[in-house]
Design a protein around this ligand. Structure first.
Ligand code: BTN
Length: 241
């Protein structure tokens, strides 16, 4: 497959989107640093040297409403790759990967779709591999960690990338060939969100309650204090305790 390597980009997601229509499925865009790394909900993603900043182009034939499933699949792959190098990673819904409650990876899924059918998906993954926490802004640093910070030495990024891409491929093949319930089960095993009290902000509202499950469409199920069930397909989740 095609791996495009750059020393610096504005954002690997931008470059991946520019080339996506003509690119093979599985094309990877990789940069040592990003000048304008983007996070979810319009936030900035600090992309300093030592990290792994990449975007993967996928072309699944799925309806737009299944996009959140791809997000869960990516979280599983990253978490498995981190656990394989002895980092005790957990997924926080929808797809932050945390270690000891601190963020080690963020995932930004972007899509181009027409009449509800997906043309391509750009799966942007940022992992603080050998990031020096002192290189991060103070407010970001407080809630962040890196692989090297967790294991006390730098990690070989090339072999980690190889194992991450292998894991992503395996999970993606499973997504295309098996029941989604299998993926939900693994996601729940790797996540620490289910059972927690959460505060989820969606564009439309703030929902507070207990996270109790994931639907077959990939939505988070939250039970509020009036026992009303909310199925949330996208939003920003915080643990309330
Ligand atoms: C988040 O948690 O807010 C998502 C962060 C996603 C960061 C990655 S780094 C590679 C790719 N390019 C970007 O501009 N963002 C994603």
């Amino acid at each position: 497959s095609d791996i495009q390597y750059y020393t610096e980009l504005e954002s690997t997601n931008n470059t991946a989107r520019e080339i996506a229509l003509g690119a093979l499925e599985g094309t990877v865009v990789l940069a040592e640093t990003q000048k304008n790394g983007r996070g979810r909900m319009g936030s900035e993603w600090q992309s300093v040297p030592g990290g792994l900043w990449l975007s993967l182009i996928l072309k699944p034939s799925i309806p737009l409403e299944s996009l959140s499933k791809i997000t869960l699949v990516a979280g599983i792959a990253v978490t498995n790759a981190l656990r394989a190098v002895d980092v005790d990673a957990h997924i926080k819904w929808p797809n932050d990967v945390l270690v000891r409650g601190r963020k080690i990876c963020g995932i930004l899924t972007e899509v181009s779709a027409e009449i509800g059918k997906v043309d391509y998906v750009v799966l942007g993954i940022g992992i603080n591999v050998n990031v020096k926490l002192s290189d991060l802004n103070e407010d970001i640093r407080r809630n962040s960690t890196s692989v090297s910070n967790e294991i006390g030495k730098p990690l070989d990024r090339t072999s980690f990338l190889a194992s991450l891409l292998y894991e992503l491929e395996q999970q993606y093949i499973r997504f295309k060939t098996r029941q989604f319930a299998e993926i939900v089960d693994e996601w729940i095993n790797l996540s620490d969100t289910i059972g927690r009290n959460v505060r989820v902000r969606t564009p439309a509202m703030l929902i507070e309650g207990k996270a109790v499950g994931i639907t077959e469409k990939g939505a988070l199920v939250v039970l509020d204090k009036n026992d009303k069930k909310h199925k949330i397909i996208a939003g920003n989740c915080r643990y309330a305790d």
